[in-house]
Design a protein around this ligand. Structure first.
Ligand code: DX5
Ligand code: ZN
Length: 219
């Protein structure tokens, strides 16, 4: 039975009381804290960035699961490592070629951080295969990146099934993370497909019982 990790996305939290929100998440069975950085250029939204990460990165015991939906990750990778990322996940589509992807992964590793690579819904899963041995995780987007509260896109399931088979057939340790529209129903589908880490934002933060919602995702 594969171990499932829940990574609540702070994007859906109440920013008036971020510390209290993080404390409430720490009381749940979550192991990661998902931190969605948006630059208003790679995606059509702006969220938060380096100063916020720096201020919250050490105020909890969860893994800082940082998802940068930004252009030019090569330029910014080190700064997110320095600001407190434990896992730094950047987008395949934000890099100009495979060499640049390798360069970003190297910078992340040189700064003692684990590397993740994310693909958007319309990007085929096969593009991540050459990098898997150097990746802590692959983040399969099940919504178009940019906003919380969107509806799960079913085409993510086939990509997860294919990636699970490839990782298992090649005896790799890379984890599969899914992000977007995850709730009690879609969590069951992606766990059956072979996912390891569930990102959930509005399903958890839109509720009045975080503990209950995280338990439901583990079921
Ligand atoms: C979307 C972000 C997701 C989002 C998840 O671009 O990467 O992490 O916050 O929010 P929900 O779970 O509400 O879809
Ligand atoms: Zn995310």
């Amino acid at each position: 039975m594969r171990k499932i990790i829940v990574s609540p996305s702070l994007l859906s939290a109440d920013f008036k009381c971020l510390k209290e929100e993080i404390n409430r998440i720490e009381e749940t069975k979550s192991e990661y804290l998902h931190f969605d950085v948006m630059d208003g250029h790679f995606v059509d939204n702006i969220s938060f960035g380096l100063p916020v990460l720096k201020s919250i990165a050490t105020c909890h015991h969860l893994v800082n699961d940082v998802h940068i939906m930004i252009s030019d990750p090569l330029h910014y990778a080190k700064r997110f490592c320095d600001a407190g990322a434990d896992v730094l996940t950047f987008h395949y589509e934000a890099c100009k070629d495979e060499n640049e992807i390798k360069e970003v992964i190297d910078i992340i590793h040189q700064n003692g951080v684990k590397a993740g690579l994310s693909i958007k819904p319309n990007t085929p899963i096969e593009v991540v295969y050459p990098f898997l041995k150097d990746l802590h995780l692959v983040l399969v987007m099940s919504v178009e990146p940019g906003f919380g509260g969107q509806t799960f896109m079913m085409n993510a399931l086939d990509k997860i099934v294919k990636l699970r088979k490839y990782i298992d057939d090649h005896h790799l340790q890379t984890l599969i993370e899914v992000d977007g529209g995850i709730n009690e129903q879609t969590a069951k589908l992606v766990k059956e497909a072979g996912v390891d880490i569930l990102v959930a934002g509005s399903y958890i933060f839109g509720s009045d019982n975080y503990k209950e919602k995280v338990e439901a995702l583990h079921k």
